[in-house]
Design a protein around this ligand. Sequence first.
Ligand code: G3I
Length: 302
Amino acid sequence: EATLGAAAAQSGRYFGTAVAVNRLNDSAYTTILNREFNQVTAENEMKPDALQPNRGQFNYTNGDRLVSHARSRGMKVKGHTLAWHAQQPGWMQSLSGSALRQAMIDHITNVVTHYRGQLDSWDVVNEAYADGGGGGRRDSNLQRTGNDWIEVAFRTADAADPNVKLCYNDYNTDNWNDAKTQGVYNMVRDFKQRGVPIDCVGFQTHFTGGSNYPSNYRTTLSSFAALGVDVQVTELDIRNAPADAYRNVTNDCLAVSRCTGITVWGIRDSDSWRSSESPLLFNGSGQKKPAYDAVLTALNSA
Ligand code: G3I
């Protein structure tokens, strides 16, 4: 197959990208988007600050625009993200305790209900674990509402749409030996044992270079999958886009039957949140880079 999406579809997977909705007005951008990708994640437009800028006042214009663009072309959509310590609207940042907990529940219920039946999955909770060697939760206003905030978020989303897949998403969870990876793994195992509704775990996979790619990445993906969840590469970008590292990540996903798709975090280097590192598959002129060819070849060899 000649495109990333079609090549991934041969094994029932998707190949997606983060989309910045204002770039849908750039025809060079949408030409590549529509040609290559069969899944999208909103880069910013479905975060709490974007969807509920004032309490009780929801703005779905940009999110709806992306969902409509994607669904009319048969692309899957991952909603990103319902509960996160960052990119909260100011009014939410100023809440704490039971008031913040209720605001989180109200936000999730409204947003998941709005998009019911339209999305493939939601990142229900993003980045709740701390970096470093402790393996515990990140301190945040949400965490301070009580350790059960994550399972409450998942149960609330499930009640609003029992059919959409519910994911936990984080970064620096790539190396199986890291305490952070083990912390998230233990949470997912506990959720599965107690029947908390979780369907998928996203590995952001923001690598700072080829040397940052852990040789046990495949073990990480397969170990989580063995808990009974789908796994996905959700925000892939790699400093300087080494073809080898992109090939390895792709092959690791393809080797795990429950690794259902890969999403890169932007289309052209100029679209990237770290554009100075040229971490993506297309250069600023929209031309394919060597990493693109490596990924496409790997997908076609599966
Ligand atoms: O839209 C405003 C604009 O009106 C304003 O003039 C400008 C001035 O700062 O800011 C613009 O908003 C920025 C937004 O990106 C859109 O460009 C925000 O400041 C900026 O903080 C925001 O950055 C995003 C970042 O998440 C926020 O945490 C990045 O685009 C986005 O790529 C990044 O994505 C995250 C994932 O959600 C979670 N995982 C890590 C990943 C990378 O940080």
